[in-house]
Design a protein around this ligand. Sequence first.
Ligand code: SME
Length: 151
Amino acid sequence: MLFEELKPKVYQILNNNDQSVTDRLHLICKLLNDSIDYYNWVGFYFKNGDKEELKLSTYVGEETDHVIIPFGKGICGQVAVSNQNFVVPDVQAQDNYIACSLTVKSEIVIPLFKDGENIGQIDIDSETPDPFTEKDERFLEFVNQEVAKIL
Ligand code: SME
């Protein structure tokens, strides 16, 4: 299946030490965005130093104004404090949601842990309603675990 086919490509990208970490993360965003039709915006946010906020690292998709997101705000900010995956089948049904684009219907955010600490997340927006399953969660957890190894 598709996710199993993507795993070796994820390893290949992340283990290319000739490229910077940010370049490798960008290639991961591109791989996911290009390979999975319902992934329409893919990006990484990380904790901004000692501040209680997230800062957008690299991404593929429409430009966003939401480069800084305070902890607790939006889906991303909630994951920064909950340490839990957040799957949103319908973004319009969420009170605490930050809209990036009117075409986005759903979102998945998976926290990224380094040495047990929640240091960031992968965020994916979809223009398809309710597309995410547990297979997406398991795959994106795998991606984040592998990313953590190069940070
Ligand atoms: N929708 C997110 C904001 C980030 S954009 O999706 C790129 C949120 O509610 O946190």
